[in-house]
Write a new protein. Structure first.
Length: 459
């Protein structure tokens, strides 16, 4: 049974409630003043508080506020002989769950306690379910060992409880979706919906109806009215991914929603209001788009209230070992394979790579390695990087020819080409040398540089 705390300065009333509620099966603690009540609250696990508003020293409202600072979710029922509307409103504003006017019957008190405890239990169950659903997006599941990512999460922690619009920037695959969900899960809207829409995945002629909905008969085939994503996100968060690709005609409507939180469905005349927080993300340079005239300046400033730039993986490579461990554990668990680690040589391959696809690419490669690995440890042959090998007979002319991908040095590019050649040759060194247009000795020298053992038997 639940545990109650009764704070009442009248000894007879305090004793009466204690006896009757104990008979009902509750565990009851009592206090004659607010200070004693707070001491009990700090020491015991309390499920509900019943307090008088008129107390010696700290009054009931001050006690209520102090109790909420200790446990904001704790239900509090206030008793008052001053049954004015103003007193009740003041108590409810301070965080009271309900109130009862003196004199009251014990049956009335029992009904109120039962109702509030049921509500509290349901709220706790709902919170637990939300935590379970949002566990993937909790901070503890976002690997952030580098100073740059620690700074990102510090900003997320500060901005999440607000209603401010956030613009997430960064290359494709850096984790903008994960950060957006973390903002929602740590906001006051976490109980509401999180609606994501990828602005590049929907054709321009359908994007307006997807965002704002449509009325019956708005166009051929609209046989029923349909709510849009903004309506579905009411009391929650909408995440507009790849916002830089939204066409100009839709940008005007988005600006109106951001300014006034209202819109009309396609084919409708009724103005709909929504209570929604907007998060947006882009891998484009929106300032360059402003200069080119492809993105509205007023919309940019409405979106860019709190900008968060997520660095590419090549700028935070110290996180790769932790990300690798995280992904191995996850995919090994999902596949039922007894994998638990990666060899130093395989980790060196991953650390040396330039990661044009960022964390998403690393995640895919580890998933592939777990799927293909036959042992209990991921080794170099299990790492299949996506690197294109230029033809050794490719003739270059001045100003043309194969260049390392952005962010990769020439030496790293050469190392990846050699590793890819070995994979294509299934480890046969002589065949790999022929693919690369090198002599066997030249390949042996390059293998020694990158720490790959040269087993003559495999030639």
């Amino acid at each position: 049974m639940p545990t109650l705390l009764i704070v009442e300065d009248e000894a007879k009333m305090r004793r009466l409630l204690e006896l009757n509620l104990t008979e009902d099966g509750y565990t009851v603690h009592t206090a004659a003043d607010a200070e004693a009540g707070l001491n009990i609250l700090r020491q015991e696990k309390i499920d509900l508080i019943v307090t008088d508003l008129k107390l010696p020293g700290m009054n009931g409202l001050e006690f209520l506020q102090a109790a909420k600072r200790i446990n904001a979710a704790l239900p509090v029922v206030v008793m008052t002989a001053y049954g004015t509307v103003e007193t009740a409103v003041e108590a409810m504003k301070a965080g009271a769950s309900d109130y009862v006017l003196k004199p009251f019957s014990l049956e009335e008190m029992r009904l109120i306690l039962s109702k509030e405890l049921d509500f509290h239990r349901l709220r706790e169950e709902n919170r637990s379910l939300r935590e379970a659903l949002g566990e993937r997006y909790a901070f503890r599941n976002i690997v952030a060992r580098s100073p740059k990512m620690q700074e990102v999460l510090a900003t997320v922690e500060r901005v999440a409880p607000t209603n401010s619009t956030v613009l997430l920037g960064g290359e494709s695959g850096v984790g903008k979706d994960l950060i957006a969900r973390a903002i929602h899960e740590h906001s006051r809207r976490a109980a509401g919906p999180f609606i994501k829409i990828n602005c590049t995945a929907i054709p321009e002629n359908l994007l307006e109806s997807e965002l704002f909905g449509y009325e019956k008969g708005a166009f051929t085939g609209a046989i029923n009215a349909k709510p849009g994503r903004f309506e579905l996100a009411d009391k929650g968060t909408i995440f507009l991914d790849e916002i830089g690709d939204v066409p100009g005609s839709i940008q005007v409507k988005l600006l109106h929603v951001l300014q006034d939180r209202e819109f009309e469905r396609l084919g409708g005349t009724k103005t709909l209001k929504v209570d929604v927080r907007v998060l947006a993300a882009t891998n484009q340079d929106l300032r360059a788009a402003l200069e080119q005239g492809t993105f509205r300046q007023d919309l940019y400033y409405r979106l860019n209230v709190v900008p968060i730039s997520i660095p590419p993986l090549r700028e935070r490579k110290e996180e790769i070992p932790y990300l690798v461990d995280h992904f191995i554990a996850r995919f090994a668990r999902e596949s039922g394979k007894p994998l638990d680690s990666v060899t130093p040589a395989a980790l060196r391959v991953l650390m040396d790579f330039h990661w044009p696809g960022n964390v998403r690419e690393l995640e895919n490669i580890i998933e592939r390695a777990v799927a293909l690995s036959a042992g209990t440890v991921i080794d170099v042959p299990d790492i299949r990087l996506d690197v294109a090998i230029p033809s050794p007979t490719h003739a270059t002319t001045e100003g043309t020819g194969p260049f390392p991908p952005e962010g990769m040095t020439l030496e790293q590019f050469e190392d990846e080409i050699i590793r890819e050649a070995l994979r294509r040759a299934s480890g046969n060194k002589s065949q790999a040398a022929r693919l690369l247009g090198l002599s066997r000795n030249a390949l042996r020298y390059r293998l020694s540089k990158i720490g790959v053992a040269d087993d003559e038997a495999s030639a």
